[in-house]
Design a protein around this ligand. Structure first.
Ligand SMILES: [Zn+2]
Length: 323
């Protein structure tokens, strides 16, 4: 356990802002990169991960197993920075395409879905729409519950038809482990509730009212596990969220950085100071998320999921000029 620097870690436990993320359902057919932040190629160890590295001489005094960034060792601060910079560029470009696609993907309105399924009548839909219109706010599903006496369970079923995704249950929910999946800031801001891992390779992730493909992809890339997204009934969601908040999360630090140069410098400084045996950068909507594994025993048997919060750290950088 490395104590150094721990005291400066800020818990992100106190975030209360909640907004459903914008996005589309997880395309399970999408190709997912599951490259893990561990050096998988033992023989490559000791070779600098910066393709443009100019230091050809050996430096026997340097520890060649740390710091590792995305499975590659950086021989110097300069090379580490070049590797981080390349990763930032990759993450910046990667998901600029998918949100556009998902925005334009047509989705049948929930009220019409429920009508087509025969779960509500025309007058009920009219009543809910009128209530929504005159109040100027609220989701149609909530109005169907409050004005038309529908069970929230039925609304969740309607949403699952609308999003073509399953309604998940709390069976097998493992809050202690799930609290380690991602910083609480993300769980709260993007309305995602990780539920459980199945077969060491799949993670069930519940969303509140709509799926968030971008958030799901970021979790896949960080954990090395396939994400199965689904919805959870409101009452179950509240229970799950409360239990998650009671459990210990990975220490997370929210850092401000300006442009990409200063962002790369900040991340490089973290890697140089903390000397992790594994680290990975992903982007999640308006944030860069750097996760570091300080000891190899911190990794569990499921993907790159941490065994516990010990010797794990998350660094979150809001992207400038965005939400
Ligand atoms: Zn180098």
């Amino acid at each position: 356990m490395q104590e150094q620097g721990r005291s400066s870690m800020l818990g992100l436990d106190r975030y209360t802002a909640m907004s459903p993320g914008v996005g589309a359902p997880t395309g399970l057919d999408d190709e997912v990169r599951l490259d893990v932040p561990w050096a998988t190629n033992e023989s490559a160890r000791g070779v600098c991960g910066n393709a443009a590295c100019v230091s050809s001489w050996t430096m026997p005094w340097r520890n060649r197993r740390r710091p590792l960034f995305e499975g590659e060792w950086g021989c110097s601060g300069r090379c580490l920075m070049a590797m981080v910079r390349a990763a930032i560029r990759r993450e910046r470009g990667e998901r600029s395409v998918s949100p556009v696609n998902s925005v334009h993907r047509h989705r049948v309105p929930l009220g019409l879905v429920m009508l087509a399924q025969g779960w509500i009548t025309h007058p009920q839909l009219q009543m809910a729409l009128e209530a929504q219109r005159s109040s100027g706010s609220g989701r149609i599903g909530d109005w169907l519950v409050s004005e038309c006496g529908l069970e929230s369970e039925q609304v969740t079923r309607g949403l699952s038809v609308q999003w073509s995704c399953p309604v998940l249950s709390l069976d097998g929910f493992t809050p202690e482990q799930m609290a380690l999946v991602a910083p609480r800031l993300f769980l709260e801001e993007f309305g995602m509730v990780p539920l459980r891992i199945a077969g060491s390779r799949l993670i069930y992730m519940a969303f509140e009212a709509r799926l968030d493909a971008s958030a799901a992809l970021a979790v896949e890339q960080m954990t090395g596990l396939k994400v199965q997204s689904g919805l959870l009934e409101d009452s179950h969601l509240r229970i799950a969220r409360a239990r998650l908040l009671e459990c210990e999360a990975v220490a997370a630090k929210l850092e401000q950085a300006g442009d990409e140069d200063s962002l790369a410098a900040r991340m490089t400084a973290v890697l140089e100071q903390r000397q992790p045996v594994g680290s990975r950068l992903v982007r999640l909507h308006g944030y860069y998320w750097l996760r570091i594994w300080l000891e190899s025993r911190t990794k569990s048997s499921a993907g790159t999921m941490p065994r516990s919060a010990e010797d794990m750290e998350d660094y979150v950088y809001p992207i400038q000029g965005r939400g």
